[in-house]
Design a protein around this ligand. Sequence first.
Ligand code: NAD
Ligand code: ZN
Length: 342
Amino acid sequence: MQALAKTVAAPGLELIDAPVPEIGPDDVLIRINRTGICGTDIHIWNWDDWASKTVPVPLITGHEFAGEIVDLGRNVTGYQIGQRCSGEGHLIGHQSRQSRAGKFHLDPETRGIGVNEQGAFAQYLRLPAFNVVPLPDEISDDIGAILDPLGNAVHTALSFDLVGEDVLITGAGPIGIMAAAVARHVGARHVVITDVNQERLDLAARVADVVPVNVAEQNLADVAARLRIRQGFDVGLEMSGNQIAFDQMVESLVMGGRIALLGIPPGKSPVDWSRIVFKALTIKGVYGREIFETWYKMIAMLENGLDISGVITHRFAATDYRAAFEVMKSGQSGKVVLDWTG
Ligand code: NAD
Ligand code: ZN
């Protein structure tokens, strides 16, 4: 089969011919139709500090996928060959207290496909049947391939009650944009999204009914005043990993406001803790998606009018992966999807 792999400990990825994975008794074999390129894949392509310390070589990369089950391990029940599916790319252990309490997304033994284990940028993927998420007919393979980052957006956005609340999202990357659509869908009052990249703000405004603010040019406090957000935003969703954005969020929140942090800062970052104490802010770190509660909720929302399809701005055949990664690296895109069916 064709697969996109890190074959040497250096920048880049290579399209290779690899054996179709063998499955164990509790696994399924998935024929991949579409995959999404994630920011994580860009780190792996660039072979930065994090990637070189984390990713074994050689490794097939990629973790955002949609496809179809083509083989079942002998213990697998409840699925049939031909079932369309996506799946959770975090492979968890079942021994920890968190797992045994059903909090699978908090299992400390978690390993990621395409990061620690063979990934989804391939024509076939081996996945534990436990991780499979069936796709209803209404959800296309393109959308199925971006449920992983939509799950990040949904998990973050649903961290706090948003009904009737004024929500500030910092960072109009694909995940920030999808979180904005989710906040709107579940009934927020005003949803304001910031970035310094005008193209992404324009994309945000096309995908969701939100107020885009280019903080390199506009004053956020003025925009809030115009919207009659008097004492500050009620809830903040940090989706940039940028220090300036985080500081601006702390300043822009109401007393007692709540912040969900998804963005990953590049290193240790200084925080003005006394500001957080005196504003009585609640801050929640968000990792991955809730397994499988987030999957359940996002599929239900997609079936009931949540439309994030506009966040996919580019589609390429998998063999054109170089062009796809160039677009993704340029920062001038939303989600970029690869087609493996050709
Ligand atoms: P992305 O890098 O595509 O988007 C981040 C955006 O933040 C960019 O558009 C950038 O221009 C913008 N930005 C930069 N400076 C800013 C500022 N001062 N104010 C406002 N915006 C600013 O990232 P993404 O793929 O959308 O992911 C969002 C974040 O979530 C990233 O930091 C990513 O690493 C992180 N992430 C975390 C998890 C998790 O499990 N915690 C999972 C996936 C992604
Ligand atoms: Zn991802």
